[in-house]
Design a protein around this ligand. Structure first.
Ligand SMILES: C[S@@+](CC[C@H](N)C(=O)[O-])C[C@H]1O[C@@H](n2cnc3c(N)ncnc32)[C@H](O)[C@@H]1O
Length: 254
């Protein structure tokens, strides 16, 4: 059996009890740490798992090829730990499909995720459109798809969750400040006028003890470009028209 176990939003206290029970009986435990900044200590989870268990961190190519995970999974219980919820990362669908082709049974253990944590802002989750990721500019090229998705969602009066790129191998992350700067630049090039009409809800370290949510009207977005949001992970929500309850919830974060 192959278990995909969510580590949850922030640190080692976010894994579920179900996840811990499986760690205690699993024959081999692996973890991936390239889809998010994980602030937990895997050593503590090894101790909780007991019986001198060791958690091996796999590189991106090792997860994508999957061979290490599938090798013994027909006979043994293999666990793969994934930051957040295991199903909110596209790679993990491929793992399920590949494993099932090899007749390996897969079980998912869900956990807290950025996709549910954004509800803490007060924005209604059913009013979100397509999610996008603001990527690191490559040389002088800034990918424009986040702006296009923001515009499409905004025109349909839907909010946009903008994830921010991370490069864990080089310990780099795109901050909220840089993300907003990129959006302002893309708007300048597109010559549309939507940033001014939106509300930006900036979220840092949701689920941690020092989580930070800061809302800003699009007209004031430039004023927070130097605000210190602290450690990653960060994301931005571009909110469309607000329901009065959303307004009241967001008023706590300006
Ligand atoms: C590719 S997603 C992975 C999502 C993860 N599987 C989950 O279910 O939460 C990673 C991105 O989500 C955002 N993110 C994840 N956790 C966050 C948190 N606690 N606070 C703010 N943003 C977060 C960041 O933009 C980060 O780069």
């Amino acid at each position: 059996m192959l278990y995909l176990i969510g580590l949850g939003l922030y640190d080692e206290r976010d894994i579920s009890l179900k996840g811990i029970e499986i760690l205690k009986t699993a024959d081999e435990i692996y973890a991936e740490n390239y889809t998010n900044f994980y602030h937990g200590n895997l050593k503590n989870l090894e101790e909780i798992a007991g019986r001198n268990k060791h958690i091996t961190i796999l590189k991106r190519n090792e997860i994508e090829s999957g061979e290490i995970l599938y090798k013994n999974a027909l006979l043994k219980d293999i666990a793969l730990l994934v930051p957040g919820d295991p199903m909110f990362a596209t790679t993990h669908s491929s793992i399920i499909l590949d494993a099932e082709k090899r007749k390996i049974k897969v079980k998912i253990i869900h956990s807290s995720s950025i996709y549910s944590a954004i509800a803490e802002t007060g924005l209604m989750t059913y009013k979100f459109g397509r999610t996008t990721t603001i990527a690191f500019p490559y040389k002088d090229t800034i990918p424009s798809s986040p702006y296009k998705i923001f515009m499409e969602n905004f025109e349909r009066n839907l909010h946009t969750l903008m994830l921010l790129d991370i490069d864990l191998e080089n310990n780099k992350f795109l901050s909220i400040n840089r993300g907003l700067e990129i959006l302002l630049k893309l708007e300048e090039d597109a010559k549309e006028d939507i940033v001014r009409k939106a509300t930006f809800v900036c979220c840092a370290r949701l689920g941690s003890d020092d989580a930070l949510i800061k809302a800003v009207k699009g007209t004031d977005a430039e004023k927070i470009l130097n605000f210190d949001f602290g450690e990653p992970p960060h994301c931005i929500i571009a909110a469309a028209n607000l329901h009065f309850i959303e307004e009241e919830m967001l008023a706590r974060f300006y």
